[in-house]
Design a protein around this ligand. Structure first.
Ligand code: PLP
Length: 405
């Protein structure tokens, strides 16, 4: 099977379409302003459904003359500085630790950043003969294994289950696997479970990456959506270890933070050598981030008020989930992100039932994971529910979900 065929075979939303396409959606019975009466409710995709901040349109209109230009190679100085200033504020970094010129680059989103960083991190294939490996959690965002396959690396999926605290233990892998690891992707707060790594766990990961000389790619795209204390980040862990960014890349975007996934605007920060290699790949195969988008991004990274509002909206949704679900389906409030990760016994059967009986579209958890060495998919019992709507619709949808299951 070619890499493209294998990526296609596992694509979670293709699998969901194949599961549900032959079945008409049931009437949701929901009557709220956000949705035509009884229409299906899409809880399968992590796409914020609130309107994006008006400052996006304003900043882009102000920069309209720059549509005639190709996107700059690494972002504008204003954009890179806004990203560095945000990271410094968010993670309490020593001022001057992040050099915006060499340690940051603009990316359309964490998806593209991770994908191109994977291509950029693959060693010379003529090396010692062992296939390069890419580590990732199981379950995970589908782009991680997709990037590994596209780059010719072997994806090694490491259990991120309740037993492992919902985060993967890369340090527990064999020395042989760690020796051939070119890159490890790690998500915090994680999709789907919403588990956030502690500062100590991130420090240990950085130490592990340096010991075995692989790239640690931290996907922190949910860093701003949290329910309690702000989750720690890789740059913060690097600061605590003395300030070097060796072997580290972190990925951030405005998709979740600013409800703007269509903007395609984010940044990667980290080791200058890795940033330079990532830029080579981005310039070769990427669309770049255009001047008007960078103008909007600069305004968004410099503003916190719109982010506070979004965080409150998601926190309210989790309170609703707590009230409606209690401890059914193993529900507990996650550290971050906006997903429910529910143990419903049989994720595919539950997704089909929710769709046919109530028009609720959710993702079977098994579609985000691969079977382990024992042939068992550790997430077959789960569904992932994206709480991306307002409180009224969220409450109605969760009531229906609880009723049907
Ligand atoms: C874990 C994870 N990483 C990355 C992405 C991609 O986000 P972006 O829009 O920043 O590329 C998503 C989007 O859903 C995600 O869930």
């Amino acid at each position: 099977m070619s890499a493209a065929q294998e990526i296609q075979k596992h694509f979670p939303f293709g699998r969901l379409n194949r599961l549900l396409d032959g079945h008409a959606p049931g009437d949701s019975g929901i009557e709220v302003a956000e949705l035509p009466k009884g229409a299906p409710v899409l809880l399968s995709v992590g796409e914020p459904q609130d309107p994006p901040p008006p400052m996006i349109a304003e900043a882009m209109a102000g920069a309209a003359a720059t549509w005639s230009r190709y996107p700059p190679a690494k972002g504008t100085p204003e954009y890179l500085e806004a990203c560095a200033a945000w990271a410094t504020r968010r993670y309490g970094l020593p001022s001057g630790m992040i050099d915006p010129k060499t340690m940051i680059t603009a990316i359309p989103g964490s998806r593209e950043g991770l994908f191109f960083a994977t291509l950029a991190s693959m060693p010379d294939r003529a090396g010692n003969g062992a296939a390069p490996a890419m580590l990732m959690p199981n379950p995970c965002y589908h782009v991680y294994p997709g990037a590994a396959l596209a780059a010719g690396a072997e994806p090694i999926l490491v259990p991120a289950t309740q037993e492992s605290g919902e985060l993967p233990d890369f340090a527990g892998l064999s020395q042989a696997d760690l020796a051939r690891t070119a890159l490890a992707s790690y998500c915090t707060p994680s999709n789907p479970q919403g588990a956030a790594a502690s500062l100590e766990q991130l420090q240990d990961l950085i130490r592990l990456a340096r010991q075995h000389d692989f790239t640690l790619a931290l996907d922190e795209c949910y860093a701003e959506i949290y329910t309690g204390a702000p989750p720690a980040g890789g740059l913060q862990a690097a600061a605590a270890l003395g300030g070097s960014l060796d072997n580290l890349l972190v990925f951030h975007s405005l998709s979740k933070r600013s409800s703007a996934p269509g903007l395609r605007c984010g940044f990667a920060a980290g080791d200058p050598k890795l940033i330079a290699a990532l830029e080579v790949m981005l310039r070769t195969g990427g669309a770049g981030v255009s001047f008007p988008v960078l103008a909007a991004g600069t305004a968004l990274w410099n503003d916190e008020a719109h982010v506070v509002l979004r965080r409150e909206r998601y926190a309210k949704n989790f309170e609703i989930a707590e009230r409606v679900l209690g401890n059914r389906f193993g529900f507990r409030k996650p550290d971050g992100g906006f997903f429910l990760w529910l143990d419903v016994g049989d994720g595919e059967a539950a997704a089909l039932k929710l769709w046919r009986e109530a028009g609720l579209r959710v993702l079977p958890g098994g579609y985000m994971a691969r079977p382990g060495a024992d042939g068992v998919n550790p997430c077959d019992a789960y569904i992932r529910v994206a709480l991306v709507y307002g409180p009224e619709l969220t409450e109605a949808a969760l009531n229906r979900l609880a009723e049907v299951l």
